[in-house]
Design a protein around this ligand. Structure first.
Ligand code: NDP
Length: 460
């Protein structure tokens, strides 16, 4: 072996040892935070090549600092249900990294929410927001409140109580929350109303995903799903493939899922299945989106209702079975770790050609490894679902300038941003000698911008 190669190999091993030691310390300091540890491990491992080439990031302890949130706030949320009972939930906001802009990231209302989930989401958000090219840092928040089965007034009272505390920590130049699981246009409206009342000021840029009539951006609702399909189409194109004529399976039936299905169909695909947390529907004629929108966006009902309108379709209980449906393209758009090794193997054995992550961290590490081992094209969430937050940043820009762009203008900017994220991630994967590995490419491209800003801003 030539001398230079031996030196390089040695350096790589030294960096790998450093990264392993670092992960061990993260594990010790954040015990039982499995989702957070999973997200950190994936990023640390993928950054080895960039650390080998740029030891300055080790010298400045960039990773040590990026892994530790700037601030994690937890708070009590007391509210009264329709029967007059006092209820108590826990609220969270993690302000992870503000090196390149105000903290930015959604709020999730779901009974599973805990510090680990909020921290994994906030950590990933930092890289994703950097990738968009917009001046936004990373944050995330939410509550273990379960909106399912709650009346409109209960939702309003909960949102008002949640915002009463959250309002102390956010602002258009400080931290700008948005929606996520369980937080849609209705919740954002109640949250904004309470913030406005408390501040006695119309600070439109404090939240994104607002209604169009009071400062929201056209195209925001569709942005994550549409952006996902734009990104995946770029990835498919690089291999001479396309959505056109493809069979697609999309998990979930919420915001991301619905608009991913809509754009996939516009691109000439047939979407045959979607789901919710109870089960999935399979419609060999292609999922009827008007029906899904009515059930989910208007009636707030279960996806099982779908078969009442479409007797040819079938409904199955359980979430895993959806991945046994043969498809060319799978778009997981529900929640974290919904594709495990077994699900990935089912997809591979049925000939899946591409997987695009609409949800955050929907594939376990073993599932990702399975896709990579079988040369399945893989679009990681950090890059592929960044369209939502990118258009949120455009909403902030419109609020600052006190103007509104048309749907077409926003959509064009979204397409440019998604193409740019694809190009940046590919370029980084090539530069660091893992061509086409978008997991590594996206992590590195997102990391470098934040890391350089942190160095320039000193040890804070
Ligand atoms: P919604 O609340 O609109 O929809 C979530 C969907 O996923 C629902 O169909 C829900 O079913 C299902 N789901 C939720 N939790 C689980 C679970 N534990 N097991 C199985 N299914 C589940 O959320 P979004 O569409 O906004 O978010 C979906 C994913 O996309 C999340 O991972 C989110 O972090 C991510 N994301 C969202 C963005 C956005 O702009 N909204 C931006 C970037 C990422 P049910 O109705 O039964 O709960």
């Amino acid at each position: 072996m030539k001398m230079l190669e031996r030196v390089e190999e040695n350096q790589t091993q030294i960096v790998k040892d450093y990264v392993n030691r670092l992960f061990e310390s993260v594990r010790m300091r954040n015990p039982n935070e499995w989702e957070f540890l999973q997200a950190v491990k994936e990023v640390l491992d993928s950054l080895v090549p960039v650390l080998v080439k740029n030891p300055i990031y080790i010298k400045h302890a960039i990773l040590e600092r990026m892994i530790e949130p700037e601030r994690l706030i937890t708070f009590r949320v007391s509210w009264v249900d329709d029967k007059g009972n006092v209820k108590v939930n826990r609220g969270y906001r993690v302000q992870f990294n503000s090196a390149i802009g105000p903290y930015k990231g959604g709020l999730r209302f779901h009974p599973s929410v805990n510090a680990s989930i909020i921290k994994f989401l906030g950590f990933e958000q930092t890289f994703k927001n950097s990738l968009t090219g917009q001046p936004i840092g990373g944050g995330k928040g939410g509550s273990d409140f379960d909106p399912k089965g709650k009346s409109d007034l209960e939702i309003m009272r909960f949102c008002q109580s949640f915002m009463t505390e959250l309002s102390r920590h956010i602002g258009p130049d400080t931290d700008v929350p948005a929606g996520d699981i369980g937080v849609g246009a209705r919740e954002i409206g109640y949250l904004f109303g309470q913030y406005k009342k408390l501040k006695n000021a119309y600070e439109a840029g404090v939240l994104t995903g607002k209604g169009i009539g009071y400062g929201g951006s056209l195209g925001r609702k569709e942005a994550t799903g549409y952006g996902l399909v734009y990104f995946v189409e770029e990835m498919l194109k690089s291999q001479g493939l396309s959505f056109k004529g493809s069979t697609v399976v999309v998990s979930g039936s919420g915001n991301v899922s619905i608009y991913a299905m809509e754009k996939a169909v516009q691109f000439g695909a047939k979407v045959v299945s979607c789901s919710d947390s109870n089960g999935y529907v399979y419609d060999s004629n292609g999922i009827n989106l008007d029906t899904v929108k009515r059930i989910k966006e208007i009636e707030n009902k279960r996806i099982s209702e779908y078969v009442k309108d479409h007797p040819g379709a079938v409904y199955q209980e359980g979430c895993l079975g959806i991945w046994a449906i043969p498809c060319d393209i799978a778009l997981p758009c529900a929640t974290q770790n919904e594709i495990n090794k077994e699900a990935a193997e089912m997809l591979v054995s049925n000939g899946v050609k591409a997987v695009g992550e609409g949800a955050n961290m929907p594939s376990t590490q073993e599932a990702i490894d399975t896709f990579m081992d079988h040369s399945v094209l893989f679009a990681p969430a950090k890059a592929a679902n960044a369209g939502g937050v990118a258009v949120s940043a455009l909403e902030m820009a419109q609020n600052s300038a006190r103007l509104a762009w048309t749907q077409e203008e926003v959509d064009l900017k979204l397409q440019e941003i998604m193409n740019d994220i694809y190009r940046k991630s590919m370029k980084a994967s090539e530069e660091y000698e893992v061509p086409g590995n978008l997991v590594v490419g996206a992590n590195i491209a997102g990391f470098v911008k934040v890391a350089n800003a942190m160095i320039e801003q000193g040890i804070i």
